[in-house]
Design a protein around this ligand. Sequence first.
Ligand SMILES: [Zn+2]
Ligand SMILES: [Zn+2]
Length: 430
Amino acid sequence: MAESQTSQLCSEHNGVDECQHAMICPCCGWVNPLPNLKSEQSASCGQCGYTLIQNHAQWPQRVLALSVACLCMFVASVSFSLIGFSAKGAVQTISLTDLVSVLFHQHYLALATIALLLLIILPLSFLIALSYLASSWVLQRRWPLTQSAAYWCSVVQPWLMVDVFVIALLVSLIKLHSLAAIELGYSFWAYCFFAVLFVKLLALFDHHLLWSYCSDVTGKCVTECANEHELSIKSCHLCGLSVEQDCGICPRCHQHFKPVQRSSLKSTLALLLAATLMYIPANYFPVMTTTFLGQAKESTIMGGVLLLWQMGSYPVALVILIASVFVPSAKILSLLWLCWQCRENDSCSVQMRQKLYLLTEFVGRWSMIDVFVVALLSALVQLGALMNVTPGPAVLPFASVVVLTMLAAKTFDPKLLWRTDLSKKEQVLE
Ligand SMILES: [Zn+2]
Ligand SMILES: [Zn+2]
């Protein structure tokens, strides 16, 4: 296999000799003329250094092989028992589908719906859609509904939390270990293997390649590098196609264009306000109630961290502390600061602000660990007065904080940071 190589596309002072398809950086809005990339070569933005595209060798074949392998492992993950435990002669086991059905039967409808969506429907539909697309590319056939399948893959991809659930499984095992003897089912190993394959598949997943295989529509040709508004072109937020500034609907994915303007900050701020309001009950009320030999004990998120620390599970206590306490509050504060930076930028460089935004977007979904742990333990530990776990009133506000902050990060447009920086430079020159 050819060695991976990254080439930075033209920077501010270099031009290009011939007309090339424009690839507009989704982070800074810099127009990069895209040359033909060799196998395993990637291209990064000439202004901010963001990796725009990586040209993987035999991409459709690799995507097909991995998505079919993932589908097989997913079927194995739902077919057998996931984990089981025994305490005082009572034995209980649970499969992935039981987890959802037990929560539904116990009338924890919201938690059951979250588990059903994030653990079964979204990963399964993503894998089916991607296998369908990759099969059509490998067989070189234009099958119906490929555009809809590509749209679904693009929309669902940020909400896939297979790796987060594996960490939640490990945390649940450590929590259960102190109370009962644990048994790992076949599906536990199948799910771990599925998660490894799934992470590899997501590393290969590329919106630009996905849409370029789905449609023959190509982006605008350019001969120079500049900001998108200087060249009167813009890019589609979903498929990345570059088109004329006055174009209303993307000719490739048929989505309406979102304008890059400061008013979009209002949506981000509204979502952050809602997340801040939800953060209070999420931390004040108990997230889980554990009954052991008739004695009920409620624990908040912070209480759970302290309990794990007292049990000597220091790494797990730190993981929960970072994912459930530090990350949600840091996300709210950093997004608020970034919104402020779109109006008043201080001495901090625009590259640093962009790195903070990308980090905020990346870590968001990891806060779901605690929600999955509560769902798993509530479905598994059901032995009446002997031992019982029930979800507390803080679970839903906490899940809302995670979803709202993820949506806030999605609505925030990092191009605004560069626009503020540019207008500041223009003011200095004047
Ligand atoms: Zn850029
Ligand atoms: Zn598009």
